[in-house]
Design a protein around this ligand. Structure first.
Ligand code: MF3
Ligand code: CO
Ligand code: CO
Length: 258
């Protein structure tokens, strides 16, 4: 069942989503060579809890930390760890989900650490464009498959591949709700979008092949070919005329600079 949120519910959910975005703004200034992904986890955890929210990943199906930190060939669900030290040229995805006033807000960005090779910088830039292209086709009457189709088209045009095993999702009172939002597919297929639907779009785009593997920790997803993977995520709501991105920090609108 896909839940349709009322305008009051959207108002409250927006607060949670904005806090998740603010957490990314906050951490973006602090990322530097030499720090560990656990340092990032602690900073995000403290920021979220200081704002009276709960970090949704913590203990979610046994996930041990408060944010996901996915470095280079890690596609998603990387577990923060003291041993993982940021080095010059890395790309790092930080995925923040907050639970505030009974609603979840879910957003992630891939950050450049120091001087990243132009080839990898381009992967990150195109991945951002893939997410935005997916968002921009959303409006009442559009279909779920339209989102996947534009994302896949842009990724393939650049010679990249799209991860199939993980997808966007409905979100609200639950972290993961229906529907599943695939980042590949065919225009004109899938369910019709309706006002009040809230879901994430979070394409994972690989420099090499799309295939992935889960490490023995049962969480960390990496590319089989060990080439880098990038991701961006927003939570959006379908409005009467189109869409609204909920995970924007109103005090610091994110300007990607790659
Ligand atoms: N935030 C991720 C998503 O975008 C889910 C993380 S699940 C966790 O859906 F358990 F790993 F935190
Ligand atoms: Co998500
Ligand atoms: Co997320």
């Amino acid at each position: 069942m896909i839940s349709i949120k009322s305008s009051r519910e959207i108002e409250i959910m927006t607060e949670s989503c904005q806090l998740a975005a603010k957490t990314l703004t906050y951490i973006s200034d602090k990322i530097e060579v030499g720090m560990s992904t656990e340092d990032i986890n602690v900073l995000c955890h403290d920021f979220i809890t200081a704002n009276d929210a709960y970090p949704s990943p913590l203990n979610y199906h046994g996930f041990p930390k408060s944010v996901c930190t996915s470095l280079n060939e890690v596609i998603c669900h990387g577990i923060p760890c003291e041993k993982d030290i940021l080095k010059d040229g890395d790309i790092l995805n930080i995925d923040v989900t907050t639970y505030f006033k009974s609603f979840h807000g879910d957003t992630n960005r891939t950050f450049l650490v120091g001087n990243v090779k132009p080839e990898v910088k381009k992967l990150v830039a195109v991945t951002y464009d893939c997410m935005m292209a997916g968002i921009e086709v959303c409006k009442p009457g559009a279909r779920l498959g339209d989102i996947g189709a534009v994302i896949e088209k842009l990724a393939h045009k650049n010679g990249y591949s799209v991860v199939h095993e993980y997808c966007g999702h409905g979100i609200g009172r639950e972290f993961h709700e229906e529907p599943q939002v695939l980042h590949y597919g065919k225009k004109g297929t899938g369910i019709e979008l309706k006002p009040g639907m809230t879901f994430t779009i979070e394409p994972m785009i690989n420099l090499g092949k799309r295939h992935c593997r889960v490490l023995k920790d049962d969480w960390t997803v990496i590319t089989k070919d060990k080439k880098p993977s990038a991701q961006f995520e927003h939570t959006i709501v379908i409005t009467e005329t189109g869409y609204q991105i909920l995970t924007l920090d109103p005090d610091s609108l994110y300007e990607p600079k790659f």
